[in-house]
Design a binder for this molecule. Structure first.
Ligand SMILES: Cc1cc2nc3c(=O)[nH]c(=O)nc-3n(C[C@H](O)[C@H](O)[C@H](O)COP(=O)(O)OP(=O)(O)OC[C@H]3O[C@@H](n4cnc5c(N)ncnc54)[C@H](O)[C@@H]3O)c2cc1C
Length: 425
């Protein structure tokens, strides 16, 4: 029995799917339209400085890390430190409460909010987050927290954990689950940037026999008698397959094949967007301050080189981000300026030691918000595409498991398993 599997897309989801399908004995070809493999997990190198595409952190107890280790991809890196963290509220710096002591001493809250925060931070790790899947973040905050200051603070942490700035629609269950995961085992900033994950997955895939073809756009998934049986490439050529896994965005997937359910999903998916300012400095003007979180404004700053090897000794890589919600900003210059102001506050004098900067006004962090209406991750699409046998999808918008890259990896693995099972029938 032949088992040809075609994977469309060479990001983390596609590379994961290709690995698992090949390990199970399939002949796998992966087509990537770009000349680069890695999608949003690529890292750009300039002057020995590694820039991820905006800030990227790997959840240490998440699916991506687990699957990478299962495949034997080695990752070294560092865990960002709690010390030296700043909360920015109304343009002023405060200690970011992350430990009982910092909660006691911070000037961010008054006494009443501090007492409520202490109780909340003690109870949060134990609650069953899934019970709140059907509530929005706003509904949960309003129901569970009396102090307005603390509600704002928790909202900032939910943004940090999910990248979403959409409290009126986002599922509270997912936001809480991400928060619990961060509390439990934090995140890792990989040495060398996320390209290391991509390169590791690629090397393992090629070792397992996967044929990776870059600069090759798939323009159509071919379907005959309700079964996917191959793809057509932009050069007009056709490739046969027993099963096809599309590991691209919902819009791109819907363009490749006629599927009512995919089309509907693509039309209603709410993207999670962010503006990013990536900065490289000769040295840090304030070496003690390595992290800042906006409380009243949806802003983030982290010195990733303080935890991971991303630049030559002494030099610094800082990622700044504004959580945008689902819309690109009307005035991207104003957003860039807002991020520069945060940098002025946290690392004054940074312009004098600037090596490199890159501003990206609107990146898609996740293709589809997990809403309360769809009960968080439970209502997510795929990996099997209803109505078309042998067609599967993978990505950060697919399946009931994981968020961000964790969803890409989990759905990539699951899509491969389903593709293999489908052929085995
Ligand atoms: C600013 C930012 C910050 C982030 N931070 C984090 C973080 O801290 N932690 C975390 O876990 N995740 C984070 N993410 C999310 C993470 O990067 C993504 O979830 C993950 O990389 C997505 O992988 P993917 O394979 O699902 O999709 P993609 O990386 O988008 O890959 C899809 C690939 O398919 C290719 N493709 C599309 N159509 C076709 C076609 N027709 N033919 C051939 N190829 C095609 C594309 O070129 C692309 O390479 C962040 C993302 C951004 C943008």
């Amino acid at each position: 029995m032949s088992k040809n599997v075609i994977v469309v897309g060479g990001g983390l989801a596609g590379l994961t799917a290709a690995n698992f399908a090949a390990k199970a004995g399939a002949e796998v070809t992966l087509f990537e339209k770009s000349h680069l493999i890695g999608g949003r997990a690529t890292t750009t190198e300039k002057h020995g400085i590694q820039f991820n595409l905006g800030p990227h952190a790997l959840y240490r107890s998440g699916q991506a890390y687990k699957i990478l280790r299962e495949l034997g991809v080695e990752i070294t890196g560092g865990i960002p430190k709690v010390g030296g963290t700043v909360a920015v509220n109304e343009g002023r710096k405060h200690t970011l409460p992350g430990t009982p002591l910092s909660l006691l001493t911070t000037s961010l809250f008054g006494v009443v909010a501090k007492l409520e925060a202490a109780r909340l931070l003690k109870s949060l790790p134990k609650i069953d987050a899934a019970k709140f899947n059907h509530l929005t973040v706003r509904e949960w905050l309003d129901a569970e927290i009396r102090s307005a200051e603390l509600r704002q603070f928790m909202q900032a942490f939910f943004r940090l954990g999910t990248y979403a700035n959409d409290p009126e629609r986002q599922s509270a269950g997912l936001a809480l689950a991400q928060f619990q995961m961060a509390l439990k085992s934090s995140v890792l900033y990989p040495d060398g940037g996320w390209q290391v994950l991509v390169n590791g997955l690629r090397a393992k895939a090629e070792l397992a026999g996967v044929n990776i073809v870059a600069e090759s756009r798939v323009v159509k998934v071919q379907v005959q008698a309700g079964k996917a049986n191959g793809v057509q490439l932009a050069d007009g050529s056709e490739r046969f397959a027993d099963a096809v896994i599309i590991a691209a965005s919902p819009t791109e997937a819907a363009e490749l094949v006629e599927s009512k359910s995919l089309g509907e999903l693509a039309a209603k998916a709410i993207p999670v967007k962010a503006a990013c300012l990536d900065i490289a400095l000769e040295r840090l003007p304030q070496p003690q301050t390595t992290f800042a979180l906006g409380i009243d404004r949806p802003l983030y700053l982290s010195v990733h080189s303080a935890a991971a090897k991303l630049a030559p000794e002494g030099k610094a890589v800082i990622h700044l981000l504004k959580y945008l919600g689902s819309e690109a900003p009307d005035d991207s210059k104003a957003v860039e300026h807002e991020l520069e102001e945060l940098l002025d506050l946290v690392q004054p004098g940074w312009q004098r030691v600037l090596i490199e900067r890159r501003f990206m006004p609107s990146l898609t962090v996740v293709n589809a918000l997990a809403t309360a209406e769809q009960e968080g991750l439970l209502g997510r699409f795929g990996p099997a595409v209803p109505g078309i046998e042998g067609l599967f999808v993978a990505g950060d918008w697919v399946g009931a498991e994981g968020w961000l890259a964790d969803a890409s990896a989990a759905s990539g693995k699951r899509a491969a398993e389903l593709a293999i099972q489908y052929r085995a029938r």
